[in-house]
Ligand binder design. Structure first.
Ligand SMILES: Cc1ncc(COP(=O)(O)O)c(C=O)c1O
Length: 342
């Protein structure tokens, strides 16, 4: 039963069957395009997202970076949310490596509203970094794991098109968004030029992300991947885990959402302030008084329930393939007991 690790959906460990698929993987040198398993993974990801081509990368951060570097040149502007993962948590890579200017937009609701897109598309003028790209995030991590609706996404992407911008989606968890809205993932991916999604989060693979888009874009992105050191050799070993994840683990994501909903209602019924969002997925954010927040994660860890330290009294817990309903229930009870006894 314990430990129950709710730090993130990145903590999953490959199952026996996934490890077997890795063991059995046919491999070759992927920098030469000769790894049959990587090629199969890229074809599968492109087909599933309705794009012409796809590229296998080591991480979501690399997928977003390579995409933004491919979309924009030095001095170009990328419109992105001030709470977005690309802006907040990826080390400023787009500026450090690409000289790209982040044009930050309000995404405090999880969505960059069309007026915010428009505000950043200033007229041609030598003083302004020209906006070339809109980046959207779905599900939105910092905004509660919110699954933004296809309709809301379309409002923003339509405005971007009106101003001649391309659109990239940080869809690290876009399959969670599709599960939450009970729709094909292509409802989201068809709205954007390029999408990055992670294999190593809710889908349960140990490593890897996919960047999907038009064939000519992916050909250029392949150059950028090499330049940032992401050209791998016999990477079919890890691509096999990603393929296994796409073939077996997409259909079960709603189970993680049900477990997160269970935790949310346990904590809220126990008197904690739980953040609500219109379309939750596998994350629960809740708030605890300062006194309880200080070492809550340490006390819970001692009882086998793991999550990160509170930030300003705000705590995130995340469900995933390695957390069963029984474990979620047990974890919820322990968290409540520890908050109430502090
Ligand atoms: C929304 C989002 N995008 C991108 C990433 C980056 O993924 P990685 O940790 O594989 O670099 C994360 C990681 O948590 C994320 O939550």
């Amino acid at each position: 039963m314990f430990p129950v690790d709710l730090k993130s959906d990145t903590v999953t460990r490959p199952s026996r069957e996934m490890r077997q698929a890795m063991f059995d993987a046919e491999v070759g040198d992927d920098v030469y395009g000769e790894d049959p398993t990587v090629n199969r993974l890229e074809e599968t990801a492109a087909r599933m997202t309705g794009k012409e081509a796809a590229l296998f990368l080591t991480s979501g951060t690399m997928g977003n970076l390579v995409s933004v570097l491919t979309h924009c040149g030095r001095g170009d502007g990328a419109v992105l949310g001030s709470n977005s993962h690309i802006y907040f948590f990826e080390g400023g890579g787009l500026s450090a490596l690409g000289g790209i200017v982040p044009l930050t937009a309000d995404d405090s609701s999880g969505v960059i509203h069309p007026e915010e897109v428009e505000r950043n598309c200033r007229p041609e003028n030598v003083h302004f970094a020209p906006a070339k790209l809109l980046c959207v995030e779905n599900t939105h991590n910092l905004c509660g794991g919110l699954a933004v609706s296809p309709g809301q996404m379309k409002d923003s992407t339509d405005m971007a098109r009106k101003h001649g911008l391309s659109v990239h989606m940080d869809g690290a968890r876009v399959f969670n968004a599709a599960a939450a809205w009970n729709c094909p993932v292509t409802e989201f991916t068809s709205l954007v030029d390029t999408v990055q999604f992670c294999l190593s989060k809710g889908l349960g693979a140990p490593v890897g992300s996919m960047l999907c888009g038009p064939a000519d874009f992916i050909a250029k992105a392949r150059h950028w991947r090499k330049k940032v050191g992401g050209g791998l050799r016999q990477s079919g070993i890890i691509a096999a885990a990603g393929l296994y994840a796409l073939e077996n683990n997409v259909g079960r994501l709603a189970e993680d959402h049900r477990n997160a909903a269970l935790l949310a209602s346990m904590l809220s019924e126990g008197g904690l302030e739980v953040e609500r969002n219109p379309k939750p997925t596998n994350m629960v954010y809740f708030h605890v008084p300062e006194k309880a927040a200080k070492d809550l994660h340490v006390r819970c860890e001692a009882r086998g329930v793991l999550f990160n330290a509170a930030s300003g009294g705000r705590i995130r817990i995340v469900t995933h393939i390695d957390v069963s309903r029984e474990q979620a229930t047990a974890a919820g009870k322990i968290i409540l007991e520890e908050v109430l006894s502090s």
